[in-house]
Design a protein around this ligand. Structure first.
Ligand code: NAD
Length: 332
């Protein structure tokens, strides 16, 4: 199949070209992200590959369909950036990579927790300057503390397993209780109880109308003073302004974030020589109690290989008229 890759970077090219030796699709890579303005980059392709910040709103979806696109392959698990209703109406088929490496994201969530608590970035800066003092670097033991997980699917359940192995008590909230988590010792509780009892809250639910700004002024008020918040799900699950207020009042003592509400105009590019016109980002990034990474939780070699293999396999399934194993379900 002929496929146009939007928002592609050198690492996408490397992993896809290597996996494609077994598939022989025709791949064309461009750096630009998908928007209404860039649909005309489609030439004679009948499929496109997109990533988390490519926008597939109603107008773009219909324009893609008119340009001859039949299949959209998302190089990610979440699909909150797609107007599913419009895609259905336009007859566009959608595939994603539901589980490329839940371990990668779970491990990154733990990395944020550990680095925040033990102030590893600050310690490194001190060491480089020859400052070997410990004042201000005091941490706490995770063992014996309570972790609250919102969303115990593929990623959240791995975070639970690691936290339990570290001696933490794990509370969770999900619309469906995961029996594997229950067997491990995770206790499902209503969200308000999780807010009240958790020392650390880690978010692993998808972004949906239900979870948009789930963490807001009201929910922050219900949390334990001095709570640690970790978000590797999607930026808009947190209300960034409410979180800044929470940090300033001390209600939130630590914030680890790999995703940011307004990341689409910043992340996945080198803007080190540009003026960053985003005061919310600047406040968060410079706050001493915030540790932010630029949507890199998925970024392991294992995950990139799985993303490439799964996407190319979906393209072959489509080309051969087979059932699309990783089709995004349409529920109407
Ligand atoms: P999953 O579908 O396996 O699990 C999500 C869980 O959230 C499910 O159990 C679901 O029932 C639950 N959920 C849905 N709505 C909820 C609500 N309102 N309250 C509580 N729980 C709710 O998904 P996953 O593979 O574990 O991924 C979770 C999210 O992580 C993805 O949707 C994506 O947004 C994000 N993600 C981020 C990265 C990254 O690099 N930062 C990479 C992959 C995925």
């Amino acid at each position: 199949m002929k496929v146009l890759f939007y928002s592609s970077r050198d690492y996408d090219r490397e992993f896809f070209q290597s996996s494609n030796q077994s598939y022989q699709h025709q791949l064309r890579f461009i750096e630009e992200s998908l928007s209404l303005e860039t649909v005309d980059r489609v030439q004679d392709e009948n499929a496109i590959s997109v990533f988390v910040n490519d926008v597939l709103d109603r107008e773009t979806v219909f324009k893609l369909s008119a340009a001859g696109i039949k299949l959209v392959a998302l190089r990610c698990a979440g699909y909150d950036n797609v107007d599913l209703q419009a895609a259905h109406e336009a007859g566009l088929r959608l595939v994603h990579v539901p589980a490329y490496s839940p371990n990668a994201v779970a491990e990154h969530s733990l990395a944020l927790m550990l680095a925040l608590n033990r102030k590893i970035p600050q310690a490194r800066e001190r060491l480089k300057k020859g400052d070997f003092s410990l004042d201000g670097l005091l941490g706490f033991d995770f063992a014996g503390r309570t972790l609250g997980i919102v969303g115990t699917g593929r990623i959240g359940s791995i975070v639970a397993r690691i936290a339990l192995a570290m001696g933490m008590k794990v509370l969770a909230c999900d619309r469906y209780e995961n029996p594997d988590c229950q067997k491990m010792g995770v206790v499902y509780v209503p969200l308000d109880r999780l807010y009240k009892e958790a020392d650390v809250i880690s978010l692993h639910c998808p972004l949906s109308p239900d979870t948009n700004h789930l963490i807001n002024r009201d929910s922050i008020k219900k949390m334990k003073p001095g709570v640690m918040l970790i978000n590797t799900s999607r930026g808009a699950v947190l209300d960034s302004c409410a979180v800044i207020e929470g940090l300033e009042s001390g209600q939130i003592a630590y914030l680890g974030m790999d995703v940011y509400e307004y990341e689409s105009k910043l992340f996945f590019r080198d803007l080190s020589c540009a003026v960053i016109d985003d005061d919310i980002f600047k406040t968060l990034a410079s706050h001493p109690n915030v540790l932010m990474t630029a949507h890199q939780a998925f970024f392991t070699s294992d995950a990139l290989k799985k993303i490439a293999d799964t996407s190319l396999q979906s393209l072959s399934q489509f080309e051969q008229g087979q059932t699309l194993e990783n089709e995004i379900p349409w529920s109407g």
